[in-house]
Design a protein around this ligand. Structure first.
Ligand SMILES: Cc1cc2nc3c(=O)[nH]c(=O)nc-3n(C[C@H](O)[C@H](O)[C@H](O)COP(=O)(O)OP(=O)(O)OC[C@H]3O[C@@H](n4cnc5c(N)ncnc54)[C@H](O)[C@@H]3O)c2cc1C
Ligand SMILES: *[C@@H]1O[C@H](CO)[C@@H](O)[C@H](O)[C@H]1NC(C)=O
Ligand SMILES: *[C@@H]1O[C@H](CO)[C@@H](O)[C@H](O)[C@H]1NC(C)=O
Ligand SMILES: *[C@@H]1O[C@H](CO)[C@@H](O)[C@H](O)[C@H]1NC(C)=O
Ligand SMILES: *[C@@H]1O[C@H](CO)[C@@H](O)[C@H](O)[C@H]1NC(C)=O
Ligand SMILES: *[C@@H]1O[C@H](CO)[C@@H](O)[C@H](O)[C@H]1NC(C)=O
Ligand SMILES: *[C@@H]1O[C@H](CO)[C@@H](O)[C@H](O)[C@H]1NC(C)=O
Length: 611
């Protein structure tokens, strides 16, 4: 398959940002995504002059981004797309078996597939990110769920900081949420925050003659739910508070960060609302500005102190941006922060910025002649992600119905009863990411997509390729390196359960022609557990990267942050984004990242003035 390398001709080098209104800032926040965007707003709203630096532009009014339904178009759009070409393993032969391996054909087009044209240059596996005001919350699917309680409690265990207890985290959901799907008065939610949450209509599930409803009832039967109650169960609140919530196998309503009219809600809205009242809130936003490193004062004593950031002005300065003009460079400018610098560039960029600033593994930094400010061997390591795969097939006719969302536990004999699989099924296709994704297989397409919620390996890394801040780092997820066989067995079992449920669809939908992981029309009889595990091992994808600047224990050499997001060994510097989590936060990271952004604002404001 081919598609154009640049969707529009070089969209000019965007102009540098308007001159900042203030020249002196208490806080400088780098990156306006779910980690940094809300945090900068909270600091400004507390009265502190704050500068928010964002490499991208503002697309808040562009319908591709503003209408949630356009999310696939948004993630493909070269107005904001940052292409990271990643590896899933160290094994080049295994990489070449990835069906959506992407190549530069050399004629301005990408080739995606297993049989590249002669002379094509292998790029890697596309991992989309959004370089835009609001970060990846501007192009994502907006799916919201809460982490498992252990994903919070593990931070208490590691650091002794009881403020991370799972029971105390709902207050951050309640700090940000503007619930647009529940009747007023639900004490577990808020209705007046900045982040709209909504669900889609599920009345289709009342219609017992729809093939999707038949599948739904069979899924209920196979997972121990009451098939007679599915029309109610599909409306269960996924963000609700439940006793033993992590052991609750159930359908849920799919919640997205959008309002009920389908308008995307994201940090972009909060930033705009904050900028709208400059007399009250001293927030300055610089767009088209690439932060190149954090500046330190190393003279004052034994502990280096972050004093500001260096920026490169101009649009599309980062080479992940398909609009980047080779060789283009903007002027470098240094900006001072009176109180603190907060890095929120996301899981790939935050470790890169730290390393370029002299914080990281000494040997790696020395290899690029970067002056070491503090040896931090954990920066860029422990890269984690949810494994994702799908069961994809074609009915004989369209599979009518809506969207099924379910969390469940595979393996009845496992020592834990905690849910490990999040699945959503419907008449769509989703097989991961590549230029031009997803493939449309026609009106009969049907997918159960699944996210493994607690991957047992987090052996990936983000490492520098050079000391050039415009360069993209080298990213290898090392999928399934540790205990991969167990995670693969869990995905196989989940896929088998879903496939079994499909057989309840009845005529005229059956038989499904499955495309993967078990091609054929005979309901899985055509392959083995081993062949399915091999499929998931080679074709798994992901888009929830985390943990490259992780919070950890005082005595853990791989810990990058303390429990208050402070970078260890220096002063005046924090990292607040998806890279801060020590383990993946459940099935979907965007809501947890906005929750920790609110927590970090509280921590920073508590320290204000003490530095
Ligand atoms: C296609 C796609 C779909 C997704 N769907 C979902 C979903 O449905 N649900 C879910 O929970 N999660 C989803 N995610 C993941 C989720 O969006 C991310 O986990 C989340 O946005 C991470 O937030 P962050 O603040 O850590 O980083 P980001 O969102 O990546 O934000 C980082 C920001 O920093 C800026 N930046 C980086 N480096 C610099 C620099 N040097 N100078 C200046 N600015 C810089 C970037 O431009 C960006 O705006 C999806 C992700 C993708 C890619
Ligand atoms: C935290 O530590 C306690 C006591 O060692 C242990 O029982 C529990 O499983 C740990 N929880 C997590 C999430 O690590
Ligand atoms: C239920 O679905 C069937 C099959 O699509 C359709 O013919 C029927 O009108 C639907 N019933 C209701 C009440 O919507
Ligand atoms: C579902 O309803 C049928 C018919 O009313 C009934 O026989 C069956 O016992 C019910 N199942 C459960 C699990 O309640
Ligand atoms: C580092 O500096 C040394 C000495 O100046 C030089 O020889 C070497 O090429 C430099 N390495 C890199 C990666 O720039
Ligand atoms: C189920 O769990 C048991 C006990 O942990 C483990 O030995 C077995 O491999 C698991 N099986 C699958 C299919 O995950
Ligand atoms: C079994 O799978 C192969 C491809 O792997 C396919 O060609 C064949 O038709 C399948 N058989 C059946 C009965 O579906």
């Amino acid at each position: 398959m081919r598609c154009r390398l640049l969707l529009s001709a070089l969209a000019a080098i965007a102009t540098a940002a308007d001159p900042p209104v203030a020249t002196s800032y208490d806080y400088i926040v780098v990156g306006s995504g779910p980690g940094g965007g809300p945090l900068a707003c909270d600091l400004a709203r507390a009265g502190y002059p704050t500068l928010l630096i964002e490499a991208g532009t503002d697309q808040g009014d562009n319908p591709t981004y503003a209408d949630m339904a356009n999310f696939n178009e948004a993630a493909n759009d070269d107005a904001t797309r940052w292409d990271f070409w990643v590896k899933h393993s160290d094994d080049p032969a295994r990489e070449l078996k990835f069906e959506h391996m992407t190549w530069d054909s050399g004629d301005g087009t990408f080739y995606v597939g297993l049989d590249p044209p002669a002379g094509a240059k292998q790029l890697g596996i596309q991992y989309p990110r959004a370089g835009v005001l609001g970060g990846c919350a501007m192009h994502n699917g907006g799916v919201c769920s809460l982490p498992q309680d252990d994903d919070w409690n593990i931070i208490v265990n590691k650091t002794g900081d009881a403020s991370w207890e799972a029971s105390k985290m709902r207050k951050y959901l309640k700090k940000i949420e503007k619930n647009d799907y529940l009747a007023a008065g639900n004490a577990d939610h808020r209705y007046t925050g900045w982040l709209s949450t909504s669900t889609s209509d599920a009345t289709w599930a009342k219609n017992e003659s729809l093939p999707m409803t038949k599948i739904l009832k069979e899924m209920a039967r196979l997972t121990g739910q009451n098939p007679n109650d599915t029309a109610n169960l599909v409306n269960r609140d996924i963000l609700g508070a439940y006793t033993n919530k992590d052991e609750l196998t159930s359908f849920f309503s799919m919640v997205q960060h959008a309002d009920k009219s389908g308008k995307r809600s994201s940090p972009n809205n909060y930033i705009r609302a904050t900028l709208a009242d400059p007399a009250k809130y001293p927030l300055t936003v610089m767009l088209n500005t690439l932060a190149t490193r954090v500046l330190f004062n190393t003279a004052s004593g034994s502990t280096p102190v972050a004093t500001g950031v260096e920026i490169m002005q101009g649009g599309s300065m980062y080479k992940a941006d398909p609009k980047h003009v080779p060789g283009s460079k903007g002027p470098l400018v240094q900006l001072a922060a009176k109180r603190e610098v907060i890095v929120s560039g996301g899981t790939f960029n935050s470790p890169q910025i730290l390393k370029l600033s002299g914080l990281g593994p000494t040997a790696e930094l020395k290899g690029f002649n970067i002056t070491v400010i503090k040896d931090l061997p954990g920066v860029g390591e422990q890269l984690a992600d949810n494994y994702e795969g799908s069961v994809l097939g074609l009915g004989q006719v369209p599979v009518d119905g809506g969207l099924i969302t379910m969390m469940f536990r595979t393996n009845a004999t496992a020592p834990t009863k905690k849910r490990n699989i999040f699945t959503w099924c419907g008449a769509f296709s989703f097989e991961g990411f590549w230029p031009g994704f997803p493939t449309y297989y026609g009106p009969n397409q049907y997918t159960c997509a699944m996210v493994h919620m607690s991957p047992k390996s987090q052996a990936g890394s983000v490492r520098l390729r050079s000391a050039d801040p415009q360069d993209v780092p080298d990213i290898n997820f090392n999928f399934f390196l540790n205990n991969g066989d167990r995670d693969l067995a869990e995905m196989v079992e989940a896929g088998e359960l879903l496939r079994k449920a499909w057989q309840a669809a009845g005529a005229p939908v059956l038989p499904f022609k499955e495309l993967h992981p078990c091609p054929g029309t005979n309901a899985g009889a055509n392959c083995t557990d081993a062949s399915q595990a091999e499929h998931y091992k080679l074709q798994a994808y992901s888009h929830h990267a985390s943990s490259t600047c992780a919070i950890g224990a005082d005595d853990d050499p791989m810990a990058v942050l303390d429990s208050k997001f402070r970078v260890r060994g220096v002063k005046g510097l924090r990292v607040v984004d998806a890279s801060s989590f020590p383990v993946v936060p459940g099935a979907f990271p965007v809501l947890p990242t906005m929750m920790i952004s609110a927590k970090a604002a509280e921590d920073i404001l508590a320290d204000a003035g003490t530095r």
